[in-house]
Ligand binder design. Structure first.
Ligand SMILES: [Mg+2]
Length: 289
């Protein structure tokens, strides 16, 4: 969960740059994109902000800490966020489709990446895959009742679960390719040069999984995720959410990320990790208190 929020925050301002390029029918320049691979370039800066990915991940965690009514909490936190007006970058806080869902009583049929980015708290909360998948579905179909969005959610959950069970990356990769027909034999340089912005689940999940599979530690995973551009906050959010299952979050990131997380969100993070036993729950609680 916290890995997702960290990814969202470090990717936030880059998504804005990526969208600017997309509006000009271009992809952001390769040399600009790969600057983030330099460890001397800070992941955190004044342009960072939490975005919808963090808000909705928090909503799922809040639901888990109470009655598990995912739709209720997604709407509650979503509407609360919407009432704040434009975001730091002068944009609406959610996509038009999601705003429609928030403010209507209709089931959503989005094929966007928005359910996959918010689902990680479920994948750490339950201890067997059936329960994880059943709850992930419940948290998804209210707004993203589309085959691609559902597959994306299940792929992220399966990946986290298999990492918790200490399966090797090779085995996880084979499983995901077989089960979801995702092509995970991608080329990092090709993505950095040519990957263009898309918020579709099927365009987001394979590159995100690929960046994670290539990574050597938590920070490396985020830097690789950001270096390919596209929907940067969401890709980094998903990569962070998965990476948390096997890589330790570096100490320095806790103090950094706290600066960007609203108090109500910090409270839910603590509540959540008091209930969830991951290999770094204790450390997260200590560092976030
Ligand atoms: Mg976002």
């Amino acid at each position: 969960m916290l890995g997702a929020i960290i990814g969202d925050i470090v990717g936030s301002y880059l998504e804005v740059e990526e969208i600017k390029a997309k509006k000009l029918k271009k992809v952001r320049d390769y040399t600009e994109r790969i600057k983030i691979l330099d460890k001397n370039v800070s992941l955190f800066n004044d342009s960072c902000s939490y975005t919808d990915d963090s808000v909705l991940t928090t909503a799922i965690a809040a639901a888990l800490c109470s009655n598990k009514d995912y739709e209720f909490y997604l709407k509650k936190y979503g509407l609360q966020e919407l009432s704040l007006g434009l975001d730091k970058y002068g944009r609406k806080r959610f996509s038009p489709g999601f705003i429609h869902w928030l403010t209507s009583n209709e089931q959503g049929t989005s094929l966007g990446n928005g359910a996959a980015m918010r689902v990680s708290p479920i994948a750490y909360y339950f201890n067997n895959l059936n329960e994880i998948e059943a709850n992930a579905l419940k948290a998804t179909v209210c707004s993203h009742n589309h085959g691609e969005a559902v597959s994306a959610v299940l792929a992220v959950c399966d990946c986290i679960y298999m990492l918790r069970k200490r399966l090797s990356k090779e085995d996880i990769k084979s499983y995901l390719q077989r089960e979801y027909s995702y092509n995970l034999n991608l080329d990092l340089t090709n993505l950095q040069k040519n990957y263009s912005f898309s918020a579709k689940a099927q365009d987001t999940i394979p590159p995100a999984l690929f960046c994670f599979l290539l990574a050597s530690d938590f920070e490396d995973a985020l830097r690789k995720a950001l270096s390919i551009g596209g929907d940067s906050d969401t890709i980094a959010c998903i990569v962070g959410s998965i990476s948390e299952a096997c890589f330790e979050i570096p100490d320095y990131m806790f103090n950094e990320v706290k600066k960007y997380i609203p108090l109500y969100m910090q409270e839910i993070i603590l509540k959540y990790y008091e209930r969830v036993n991951t290999f770094q729950s204790r450390k997260i609680l200590k560092m976030m208190r």
